[in-house]
Design a protein. Sequence first.
Length: 382
Amino acid sequence: MKKILIVAPYCSLPSEPYFNRFLYLAQQMAGLYEVTLVTSKFRHFDKAHRGDVGFSTFRICLIDEPGYKSNVSFNRLISHRVFINGFKSWLNENFDFDLVYSAYPLIETNVILGKLKKEKNFKLVVDVQDIWPESISSAIPLVDYISPQYLPFSSKANKAYASADGLVAVSKTYMDRARVANKHALSEVVYIGSDFELIRNAVPKVKDKAKFLLVYIGTLSYSYDVETIIRAVNALVANGYPIEFHIFGGGGFEANLKKVAKDGVVFHGFMNIREVYSFMKGCDVAVNCLSSAAKQSVTNKLSDFMSVGIPILNSQRNEEVLELLQGKDHENYISGDFKDATDKILSMYNRRLELNFKPDIRFDREVEYKKIFNLVEEMLRM
C-alpha cells in the first residue's frame, strides 16, 4: 500500500469545529493508502493547545508549538520557528512516504520538503490556501505599494511553489500566483466547497417571518469588515427596521466588536456546521464582508454561502469572486463605507420577498474533490 504524508499546520481535527480540506482528504484517502497527517499541537483558530486527538482511521502526529495570541505578532514568528524545528526533526526520524500533500502556507515547510525531494524519491503536491507574503497587506496596508518581487519571503515563496510536482489551489487567483514560479507542475483549481448532502439534510431553522436576518460565519479579525455591518445594522434597528445580524465564529476582534454591537446583533460563537447550515437556511442574506486590503479570494465562508445558495451582501472586489457572483442574487457594497452598507442592506430588505436561493454545484465537494484524488493517483503512477 502506498504511503501518503499530509502536512497541514493549521488543520482542524475530527472533534473540532470548522471544516478543513486536509482532514477531509486524510479521511477519504485512508481506505486507499496508508495516511499520516502532521499538524500542530496549537490550534490557530481559537489559540488553544490540543490534548488527546481521539480515534482516527489514519495516523495523526502533533508537533510542539508554544502558540501566540495575535495573528500579527513577534510571538507568532517565534511559535512558527519552534514548529519548523520540530517538523524537521520529525521528518528526519519518520520519513518513509511515496507522496507528500502539503498545505501552503506555511512557506518554510514546503521549502524544507522541496529540499528533501533531492534526497528522497517522492512526489510533492502543494495545495495553495493563501498567498504569502502578499496577503500580509490586510494587516499592513503599506505592503500594497511594494512590488511583489521585493516583498520579504518572496524568493522563499517562489522556491516553495517551484518545488511542487503537482499544484492545487482554492481559487484561480491563487493558482495564477503559484504558476508564476512553476509552469510545469500538474495542476487543479478546486474550491474549498461544502458537503451538499449535509446541507440538503439540514432542517431550516424556523424564524420569525417579520424579521430580516443577516448571517456571517468565520473569523473575526482585521481581514473582515464585520464592524461596518454591525454599525449599519445598529442604525437600521434604531430606525425601527426588524433586522438582525447573526455572527458565527470568533477571533481577536470579537471583544471589540461586542462593544460596538447593540440590539439586533447576536454572537453565537463556534457551533457545529450542521447547526450553522440549518440556521443559514432560515436566514435572508449572508454577509461576505472582507476589508478593502484583504487578499483572500474564494474563502471557506463564500464556499458555504454559494453552496447553500443564500443571497449575498458582498464587499470583495476580487475579479474571480465577482465572476462567481454573476447570475446570483447579491449586492455589492464598499468595504468600510457605513452609508453604502446601510443602503445595500435596506435595498435587500425592501425586496425581501423576491430574494432567490440558488445552490451553486461548482462548490459540491463530493464532485469537485475527485480532481484532487485523481491528481494524487496520477502522481503516484509517475
